[in-house]
Ligand binder design. Sequence first.
Ligand code: SF4
Ligand code: SF4
Length: 478
Amino acid sequence: MPEIFVDGVAIEAKDGQTVMEAARDAGIYIPGFCWHPQLSVAGNCRLCMVEVEGDTGGWMDIACNMPATRGMKVLTQSPKVKERRKTMLEMVLLNHPVDCGVCDKAGECMLQDYHYEHNGAASVATVAKHRTTKFHELSKRIVLDNERCVLCSRCVRFTKEVSKSHALGILDRGDHSLVRCDEKRSLDDDPYSDNVVDLCPVGALLSRRFLYKSRVWYLQPTPSVCPGCERGCTVDLWHRKAEWKFNALDPRQNVAIERVTPRENPAVNGPWICNKARDLPDLLERPRGGAPMLKGARVPLAEAAGAARRMIDAASSPVALISSWGSNEELAAARDALGPRFRCFVKADHVPQPGERVGDDFLIRPDKNPNGKRARELFGTAPVSLDGADLVLVWGEGFDFADVPRGAKSILLNAFLAPENGHADAYFPTTLQTERAGHYTNFAGVVSAFAPIRRAPAGSVDAEALFGMLAAVARVPA
Ligand code: SF4
Ligand code: SF4
């Protein structure tokens, strides 16, 4: 482990580390657009230039591509380094449109931050800026503003090295250079494509979902888990801060998921997610179930729970179909409540949809449910069988009510509006993971937490609480 000195501070570099890596590990920040810990070194932005002291006068070099060698003395804040950074930022800004006022990246843009930290001066350019494409459709999900692009090549390297779609490249040279799609490939075919929007250090790559929807300083992230497959990637759900809530517009906008980004987690997904997580608002913000019902008639929760308890009490062969979207806490409550009284089977609430990537050797897993592993640990792996059932308790989606045996009673727990809600003998609208705290266990056994971003709609009930209400009768063996 070579010892190097950065700004006079001795730090231990790991074998093979660059100066950039060793410095960042030690908490010393060296700026850079093109460097990213998960991508190969491009060395093209030159912003990480540092000064190396030497017996013969020393030299300037880029920290991202310079191996840390024993005894090396590096300066990251010397007058020469500061002058180089200022000069590089002047060059980057020569053709940049500086349209921060309408740019989605404003507030989290590295160019804004670096400019104010390392330059801050007015433009020295005396010629007109080079104009180029402002709204180039890279895919159905992503648009590119070439005037804002600093040609760091992060997006290109991502598609070559991480998602391996090889969809992006850089065309032409000098200030005619443009990020473009490969002629034979499409970014639409890359299920991880939206990561390039996060990776882009400036506002050149823009998500069409989020385009001009909000300013990022109005939003706050809440930790959550993507329920799109059994990988259980950790994510941030971005929603409006309470102090910035709208008073005059549709109040639903105050509680909507505005965007979804990865929450870095080396044990599960690293810094990446697939596009399905970006589309979670489509999945989690579908119309909700409303109020508890008995055969389609709205009733208070206590009345529905009482009726369900009597049905359980009266059943001689009750079956429960367990949701693989239930949290660890809900599954434990279900096991405690249903225990020996019910025959329990785990069902898949969701299955792969047409056109969806079923699985790959990166993140996407074939089981499209977040908690199947924990559900199977608690309730077994037997295939669903309704033979002889005189009561079927269905928890979650993915079950065809036509399969309920003739004459059997049914109890349904479902968060979303669905025709079968009105057909069940007792129906309970349940809460979503965006309305309560909990945990999922992914396919590899890693437990991840999610937190609420809003209150549950009136009338809905936590499955955990509901199982508690049903427990008293369900625990009595038949
Ligand atoms: S579009 Fe963004 S990520 Fe891609 S090269 Fe340009 S600045 Fe870098
Ligand atoms: S890989 Fe699975 S868990 Fe991860 S973001 Fe995609 S759908 Fe969600």
